[in-house]
Design a protein around this ligand. Structure first.
Ligand SMILES: *[C@@H]1O[C@H](CO)[C@@H](O)[C@H](O)[C@H]1NC(C)=O
Ligand SMILES: *[C@@H]1O[C@H](CO)[C@@H](O)[C@H](O)[C@H]1NC(C)=O
Ligand SMILES: *[C@@H]1O[C@H](CO)[C@@H](O)[C@H](O)[C@H]1NC(C)=O
Length: 363
């Protein structure tokens, strides 16, 4: 018998034995390896380093820095306005460089995050006295300096973060309130100019929550993409944050439909900030973790179902030990795929199953 056929048959019988084993799949199944083997650019995570406890937590770093686990890192904070331009036209690239260096050392990509948002702005921006013209100049300088500085070390930039309210109108922000709705196409136009100057392939994204299922906000986001496209302004994708509550996530069908709406416009989508939080304790019951596993499964399965246009999945971040949730939502938690002692939860195995197209055995 041909030796490769022998290998195949041996592998096949091993597979059958594995498939017969009950419940939780045995042995580690590495999520980024599975994602990349199944047509995605990555399975990634946000990371809030440097300057935090994570930075010196050996076990946290051991998981983070394994490229079989993660093929992408999003800086949770370090590229936001207050850190990158703390004084007007005085830029600080230290925190961003730290993430980029770490990612590159391990062959991971970085979604650079973000350029224009209502929050985590520097005091000189929020307390300044601006006209539309002077604030537009501030926005342009910030966007173009960061894109130019980091170039294609950034796979993509979230040019604008969270511009829309639930009803699909623009949210109040210093940008919208001062410049008006034109701030949106202007930001992408400035970003496009900087990308063209570099001559590099740097993707430009709009990133928001509430775009994970059909509805007024999602329709408004489709219209923003169409508006940019009608003006020949570059937009490559939309990030669907996917911050969910256990038992309260949209159905797979709704998540597929929302994604297809963006793909039909000829752009990519990515799941950019996935987490599924318990709105109240306890966070670690078997029933609760099974529901949470199903919720993670559905979201990742929707990304698989729409094909390569959903480029990858990023969690925010991977563990309950350092999750942003308890500080942002009082009394809520348990949102991540590793628990507070950095052990894998059922949701982890559910994602592995979704990435391989298997049914969920841990849900
Ligand atoms: C620049 O940012 C780094 C990382 O946040 C910080 O440690 C450092 O103090 C900052 N430098 C200045 C001059 O503010
Ligand atoms: C969605 O938009 C429709 C039509 O503009 C409006 O009638 C409806 O009230 C909106 N729904 C919500 C939840 O804002
Ligand atoms: C975290 O997971 C480990 C392994 O499953 C388990 O022994 C531990 O009890 C978990 N921690 C909590 C708080 O449930």
């Amino acid at each position: 018998m041909h030796s490769s056929l022998v290998t195949f048959l041996l592998a096949f019988s091993a597979l059958k034995i594995a498939a017969a084993a009950p419940h939780r799949p045995t042995g580690p199944r590495y999520l980024n390896s599975l994602a990349q083997d199944n047509g995605k650019l990555w399975f990634g995570t946000a990371a809030d380093i440097p300057g935090t406890a994570e930075q010196t937590d050996k076990e946290y770093l051991r998981i983070l820095e394994n490229p079989k686990n993660f093929g992408e890192i999003t800086p949770a904070n370090m590229m936001k306005f207050m850190y990158t331009e703390p004084e007007q036209n005085v830029f600080n690239f230290t925190g961003g460089d730290y993430i980029l260096d770490l990612a590159e050392k391990h062959g991971m990509r970085v979604r650079c995050h973000n350029l224009v948002w209502s929050s985590q702005l520097s005091d000189w921006v929020t307390s300044g006295t601006w006209t539309a013209a002077t604030l537009t100049a501030v926005m342009k300088n910030h966007i173009q300096t960061l894109i130019t500085h980091w170039g294609d070390r950034c796979y993509s930039w979230d040019v604008i973060n969270e511009a829309l309210a639930g009803d699909g109108t623009f949210s109040s922000s210093i940008w919208y309130d001062t410049i008006g709705p034109e701030y949106f196409p202007l930001a992408f136009q400035f970003a496009q100019e900087a990308v063209e100057q570099t001559g590099k392939d740097i993707k430009l994204y709009y990133n928001d929550y509430g775009l994970e299922s059909p509805g007024n906000k999602t329709t408004a986001a489709y219209n923003l993409v169409r508006e940019l496209q009608s003006r020949h302004i570059k937009i490559d994708g939309v990030g669907l944050e996917s911050h969910f509550e256990v038992g309260g996530t949209p159905s797979i069908a709704d998540q597929v439909a929302a994604k297809k709406g963006f793909l039909d416009l000829g752009i990519d989508v990515a799941i950019t900030e996935l987490d599924v939080r318990f709105v109240a304790a306890p966070y670690y019951t078997a029933a609760g973790e099974a529901t949470q596993a199903q919720n993670y499964y559905d979201s990742v399965a929707s990304c698989m179902e729409v094909g390569r246009g959903c480029i990858g999945v990023t969690v925010w971040d991977f563990d309950d030990k350092y999750s942003w949730v308890p500080s942002a939502f009082v009394g809520q938690g348990g949102a991540d795929i590793y628990n507070d002692t950095l052990q894998r939860k059922p949701a982890y195995y559910a994602i592995a199953e979704a990435l391989t197209g298997a049914a969920c055995t841990v849900c």
